[in-house]
Design a protein around this ligand. Structure first.
Ligand code: DOR
Ligand code: ZN
Length: 342
C-alpha cells in the first residue's frame, strides 16, 4: 500500500495551550485533525462554561477549518448548576478529572473523589462524559504503579456506582488499564497515545535520561507497551486515538525539574499509520482515528478526508515559533508516511 484516503481524524485528547503557543499548535493540528478534545489544564484552568466559551473563541480565531471540542476542569468547586450548564452547552463535550497534583497544572484537581459522587450522578443523568487522568497522585505510591492503583482504588468504584456514566480512561499505559477497559461495559473507553505504543521506559531512562520522552503517565516496561499496542490495533471500538500532545518549551523540558509532556501534533497521524502498517492493521487505522472516538462521543463523523502517502521523511529536529522552541516527539527520526489534506 502506498496511498490511503481516510475520513479526517479527530484527536480525542489534545493540549492546545494559550497565546503564541496556541497559534503554533493549531497550525500543526488542523493539518491532520478535523476536531480535537481540548484539555482544560491551562495556567488559569477552564473551570466553567464561561471560561470555556472565551477559550473556544480564542482557538477559533486561529483556524477556520478546525473544530475544538471543549472540556471543563473538574475542581472541588464544581457545582450541579455548572454541570447542567455544561450539558446544555453546544461546545462542551465532557468534564476532565485530574486528581490534585497528578500532572502539569493539576493543582486545582480533585482532592477527594468520593466527595464528588453527587456530581458523577448528575453527569450520568445528563449523559455528560467524564474524562479521567487515571493515576493516583499519592507520593507514597511508586510512579510506575500509579495507574493500576487508580483503577483499584477509584475507577472500579466509579464505574460500578455509575454504570451509565460514559467514562474515558485517558492515555492508558498499562496492561491493567487495557484489561480494565476490555472487561468494562461499552460505556467505558480509552484513548491511546503514540508514545505509549512506540516507547517503553528504556527509551526514557536507558543510556542517559531523555527529557523529551518524559510524559505522564510515565512510560512503562515493554510488556505494558505491547498490551497498549495490541489494544490500539485490535479493532475494538473502546480504544481510539488521543495523542495527549502537550507542548512545553525546550528549556522547560531540558531542566533539573523537567515538565511532563511530548509534542506530537505535527506528525501524529503519520506515526499511527506507521504503527498500524507494521502490525498488519492499516485497514483498522481509519476506525481508530476517525470513527470509534466520534461514535463514543455521539458526534457526526467528519465529512472531510485526509490522504496518507508512503513517503519517507524526517521529523523536524526543532520547531521554532514566535515565542520559543519546542522539540517534537521523535525529533530527527525517519517516518514512513506523510499526510496531505484533500
Ligand atoms: O505528559 C503529560 N503532559 N501528561 C499530562 O497529563 C499533562 C500534559 C501537559 O499538560 O503537559
Ligand atoms: Zn493530557
Amino acid at each position: 500500500m502506498t496511498e490511503i484516503i481516510i475520513t479526517k481524524p479527530d484527536d480525542m485528547h489534545l493540549h492546545l495551550r494559550e497565546g503564541k503557543l496556541l497559534e503554533a499548535v493549531i497550525k500543526d493540528t488542523e493539518k491532520q485533525f478535523a476536531r480535537a478534545i481540548v484539555m482544560p489544564n491551562l495556567k488559569n484552568p477552564v473551570v466553567d462554561v464561561e471560561k470555556a466559551t472565551v477559550y473556544y473563541k480564542e482557538i477559533k480565531k486561529f483556524s477556520t477549518i478546525f473544530e475544538p471540542l471543549m472540556t471543563l476542569y473538574f475542581t472541588d468547586e464544581l457545582t450541579l448548576n455548572e454541570i447542567k450548564k455544561a450539558s446544555d452547552s453546544s461546545i462542551i463535550i465532557g468534564i476532565k478529572l485530574y486528581p490534585a497534583g497528578v500532572t502539569t497544572n493539576s493543582a486545582k484537581g480533585l482532592k477527594s473523589i468520593e466527595d464528588s459522587y453527587h456530581l458523577f450522578e448528575a453527569m450520568e443523568k445528563t449523559d455528560l462524559p467524564l474524562l479521567i487522568h487515571g493515576e493516583v497522585s499519592d507520593r507514597n505510591v511508586d510512579v510506575f504503579d500509579r495507574e493500576k492503583s487508580f483503577i483499584d482504588n477509584y475507577l472500579i468504584g466509579i464505574t460500578k456506582n455509575f454504570p451509565n456514566l460514559r467514562v474515558v480512561f485517558e492515555h492508558i499505559s498499562t496492561q491493567d488499564a487495557v484489561s480494565f477497559v476490555n472487561e468494562s461495559s461499552h460505556k467505558v473507553a480509552a484513548t491511546i497515545t503514540p508514545q505509549h505504543i512506540l516507547m517503553n521506559r528504556n527509551d526514557l531512562l536507558s543510556g542517559g535520561i531523555k527529557p523529551h520522552n518524559y510524559c505522564l503517565p510515565v512510560l512503562k516496561r515493554s510488556t505494558h507497551q505491547q498490551a497498549v499496542l495490541n489494544a490500539a490495533v485490535s479493532g475494538n471500538p473502546k480504544f481510539f486515538l488521543g495523542t495527549d500532545s502537550a507542548p512545553h518549551l525546550r528549556q522547560e523540558k531540558e531542566s533539573a525539574c523537567g515538565c511532563a509532556g511530548v509534542y506530537s501534533a505535527a506528525t501524529a497521524i503519520e506515526l499511527y499509520a506507521e504503527i498500524f502498517e507494521k502490525n498488519n492493521a492499516l485497514d483498522k487505522l481509519e476506525d481508530f482515528s476517525s470513527t470509534f472516538g466520534a461514535d463514543f462521543y455521539q458526534l457526526p463523523r467528519n465529512k472531510t478526508k485526509l490522504k496518507l502517502i508512503k513517503n519517507e521523511n524526517t521529523i523536524a529536529k526543532s520547531i521554532k515559533f514566535d515565542g520559543g522552541e519546542i522539540i517534537p516527539f521523535m525529533a530527527g527520526n525517519q517516518i514512513q508516511w506523510q499526510s496531505l489534506a484533500l
